[in-house]
Design a protein around this ligand. Structure first.
Ligand SMILES: *Cc1c(COP(=O)(O)O)cnc(C)c1O
Length: 352
C-alpha cells in the first residue's frame, strides 16, 4: 500500500469564474427532462435502496443497442466497469494471466488499476502520430502480449483525441486471447463506434459513460456491454447497490432526450473545428480529434509553461507529465465564449 500511487484527477477548483477546460466535462447542461426527473425523484423514496441491478436502465440500453439486458452491466461511472474487469479477469501474480496491457499514451487510470490489483503491466507505445500499430507491428516490436489477461484500448483515444477505425480494432481484438475492453468514453462525438465488436466476440467488452457526452459526470453512471458470460462475471463481484438511485433516474431520462444531446455533439464538434483552426493559426501543432477535447503542441514555450500562463489568465487546461505527452496540452471543448476566452489569453501569452 505504501508504494501505490492513486489516480490524479483534473483539478476541481474552488475559485469561481475560472474557465474550466481541464477534465473533459460537457459545457452544456443535462436536458430539461433530466433535471426535472432528478428533482421529481428527490422525495421520501431516498430512504429506499435503489434497483440493485439497474434493471430498467439496462432494459432501455439493451433496446438502444439492439441487444439483451444480459449483455449490459451498469456501473458507478465507467471507471467502475474498468476496475471490475481488472478484478474479474486478471489473476494475481505474474505471467500473461496476471497481465494488464494498454497503449501509451492512453487513459492514465489503467496502470493505477493494475497496480492496485498487483498485476503485471505491459505498456506499449502507440505510433509516433498516436495511431494504432497493427498486430503484425506489435509482434515485430516484441513487447506486446497477445495472451494478456486484459487489454484496455481507449477509442477514440485520450489524451490524443485520435479515432481508430472499427476494422483495425477488430483486427486487434481477433489477435488477442485474453479479454479486450474497448473504452469508448468519447465515442459519441465520433461518427464510428465499435459496439458491434462486443456483441460479435465473446472476449470483447465495450465501456461507455454518461459522464462526458451526456453531461452527467456528477451522477456517476457508465456501463459495460458484451457477452453474457463476461457480464455475469462482472455482476458477481460488484457492490450490491453499485449505482445510486438518482443516477439511474438521470440516465433513464437521458435516453429519452437523445435528440437534445445529439444537437450538443454537433455544437461541440463545430466549436472544436473552430478552435483547431485558431490554434493552428497561432502556431500550435494540433492533432486531429474525434472527441470533445484537443491535444496540441504549443509554440514558443514548453507546454507546462502554457498551463501556468493560462491559469494566470484564469483558464484551466490539462497537462500530463509523461515522456510521450509532456510537450502537449489537452484542451476540453467548452462553450464558444469559453473557447474565445482561451484564445484571447493565448494571444496575450504569445505577445508578452
Ligand atoms: C472520463 C473517462 C472515463 C470514466 O468516465 P466515468 O466518469 O467514470 O464514467 C473512462 N475512460 C476514459 C478514457 C475517460 O476519459
Amino acid at each position: 500500500m505504501r508504494d501505490l500511487h492513486p489516480y490524479v484527477p483534473g483539478e476541481q477548483p474552488k475559485i469561481k469564474g475560472l474557465v474550466k477546460l481541464n477534465t473533459n466535462e460537457n459545457p452544456y447542461p443535462p436536458s430539461p427532462r433530466v433535471l426535472a426527473a432528478v428533482k421529481a425523484a428527490v422525495d421520501q423514496r431516498l430512504r429506499l435502496y435503489p434497483n440493485p441491478t439497474a434493471e430498467p436502465l439496462r432494459a432501455r440500453l439493451a433496446k438502444l443497442h439492439a441487444c439483451r439486458p444480459e449483455n449490459i452491466i451498469v456501473g458507478n461511472g465507467s471507471d467502475e466497469i474498468l476496475a471490475l474487469a481488472t478484478r474479474a479477469f486478471v489473476e494475481p501474480g505474474g505471467g500473461s494471466k496476471g497481465t494488464v496491457q494498454f497503449f501509451t499514451p492512453s487513459y492514465s487510470l489503467y496502470p493505477v488499476l493494475a497496480d492496485i490489483h498487483g498485476a503485471t503491466k505491459v505498456a506499449v507505445p502507440l505510433r509516433a502520430d498516436f495511431s494504432l500499430p497493427t498486430p503484425a507491428e506489435l509482434k515485430r516490436g516484441g513487447q506486446w502480449d497477445f495472451q494478456a489477461a486484459l487489454t484496455f484500448v481507449t477509442t477514440p483515444n485520450a489524451p490524443s483525441g485520435r479515432g481508430y477505425a472499427t476494422a483495425e480494432l477488430d483486427e486487434l481484438c481477433r489477435a488477442q486471447e485474453g479479454v479486450v475492453v474497448l473504452d469508448e468514453a468519447y465515442v459519441d462525438f465520433e461518427p464510428e463506434n465499435a459496439f458491434a465488436l462486443a456483441l460479435k466476440h465473446p472476449h470483447v467488452l465495450v465501456a461507455r459513460t454518461f459522464s462526458k457526452a451526456y453531461s452527467l459526470c456528477f451522477q456517476r453512471v457508465g456501463y459495460g456491454a458484451g457477452d453474457p458470460a463476461l457480464i455475469e462475471a462482472l455482476q458477481k463481484i460488484r457492490d450490491s447497490y453499485n449505482v445510486n438511485g438518482l443516477g439511474q433516474v438521470a440516465a433513464l431520462a437521458t435516453l429519452s432526450s437523445l435528440p437534445y444531446y445529439r444537437a450538443n455533439f454537433r455544437r461541440i464538434n463545430a466549436t472544436r473545428r473552430r478552435l483547431a483552426r485558431a490554434l493552428d493559426n497561432l502556431g500550435f501543432a494540433v492533432l486531429p480529434s474525434r472527441t470533445n477535447f484537443i491535444f496540441a503542441r504549443p509554440p514558443k514555450f514548453p507546454a507546462e509553461t502554457w498551463l501556468r500562463q493560462w491559469r494566470e489568465h484564469r483558464v484551466l487546461v490539462r497537462w500530463f507529465n509523461y515522456p510521450a505527452t509532456k510537450d502537449y496540452v489537452r484542451i476540453t471543448i467548452g462553450t464558444d465564449a469559453e473557447i474565445d476566452a482561451l484564445l484571447r489569453a493565448a494571444r496575450k501569452i504569445l505577445a508578452a
